[in-house]
Design a protein around this ligand. Sequence first.
Ligand SMILES: [Zn+2]
Length: 535
Amino acid sequence: MADPPSLSPTQLVADLEAHLRPLEVELAEAWWESNTNSSTAADQRRTAAELARREFLADPHRFAAVRAARDAVSATDDPLLRRQLDVLHDNFVPHQVPADLRRALVELETRVESTFNNFRGEIDGRRVDDNAIAEILRTSDDAADRRAAWEASKQIGPEVADRIRELARLRNQAAQALGARDHFALALATGELDEDRLFATLDDVDRATAAPFADWKHGVDERLATRFGCPVEDLRPWHYDDPFFQTPPAEGGVAIDHFFTDADLEALTVRTYDGLGLDVRAVLAHSDLYARDGKSQHAFCIDIDRAGDVRVLCNIEPSERWMDTMLHEFGHAIYDRECDRTLPWLVRGAAHALTTEGIAMLMGRLPRDPSWLRDVAGIAAPDVDAIADALVDAQRAALLVFARWVLVMTNFERRLYADPDADLDGLWWDLVERHQLLHRPDDRRAPDWAAKIHLAAAPVYYQNYLYGELFASQLDATLRARAGGLVDRDAAGALLRDDVFAPGASLRWDALVERATGEPLSAAHLARALVSDAR
Ligand SMILES: [Zn+2]
């Protein structure tokens, strides 16, 4: 490489971009392949791509050059150049660790994720995928069948728990070598998030949701007890349809799956975005949307090259959940697609994970929006009117349930990194009981926490979903005030494109949120939605 100090800040940024860009594109391609066609070769390609990128970002000379250039360029003189240097700085920091540790981390992460992609739980010796488990938990009235399905959803836990603890130890070792308390603290700091502010927001959310959630759950528990013919105190996690109780069970929502039985989810996705003047067809053409063996069972969106090749992975079934997920993932996709492509490559993309999650969540809420059901999904007006109040309640319930779940995940993750050797099995259920008001299964000792893939594959990411919900609620209020709403409104699409998507990461996320909504990000709009929507 050229001697870094000899380059001007502008030349340095150009030089680093020229090196980093092909590494990122190769990693994205390899990542896509390993998630759509899991194989040893795909895993090796991905590990190699990941290592190549991390080795580049580990270079101490380049990092020193970035730091020097960052000190030399002020945000007022050249905001875009300074912003690129800030982005580079935060990219380099976590990788300033010894080569053997870096390699150990990449190999372990890839192996654990490959286990997740290939593992299938078993019920009575029969392999079942996540969709089959969800189907039983959604429809069965038999507590024993439900319990077997729920337990199948947790069988991955013991397979990966030791390796996730080891990952946490290695990540901490890397973070501590850089002077951070642990990986949790370092990940927040290099992700432009303040830990004190995050936990203050979590407290706000806890306060705003505790009582309405307890009220709502009390009603749901009575209905579940009636359905399953047992006293409320005998209800256990498998009585609540989602394996982690991330979403409300049917008894606490509104049954709208039948609206989607014969629906074309791809067409509805295109139609939804067309209504905003946003075209997702190019993304659809590159996407992988239906379940098969050797493929990730989850859902995600990936921008391969920041030049238009954006892809979505889903495992579509005709249900509300997958409609929500499709609109969510294509929310990420349109954000990437509509980012101003004349921006420098380093800042071409979402301002932050929380802003792209916010857009995705705003869109994912639409299947429970009466005007979307009527005008986009084509459900007869009287059928929608008949459940209009129930839809409002269901939306509110979804927010409450998700917020309580994020409290579990974020608090757990902080404790995981504070002490990877702690009694995590017990801690998990303590948090679940406290925040989600579930009753832990009797006499169960198992690493149920480890079944949540994010702990292994997307560490210290979950807080972005909560911030995303806050941003979605805040944007929703802005769109109502300035565009009259969201569904089928060109003005709403234009606002999202101009004020949120186009600037990419040229602005820091907090500046972008304030510019787009007129106020700093807070829990106020979410809290208001929980109160004003209550009947
Ligand atoms: Zn998302």
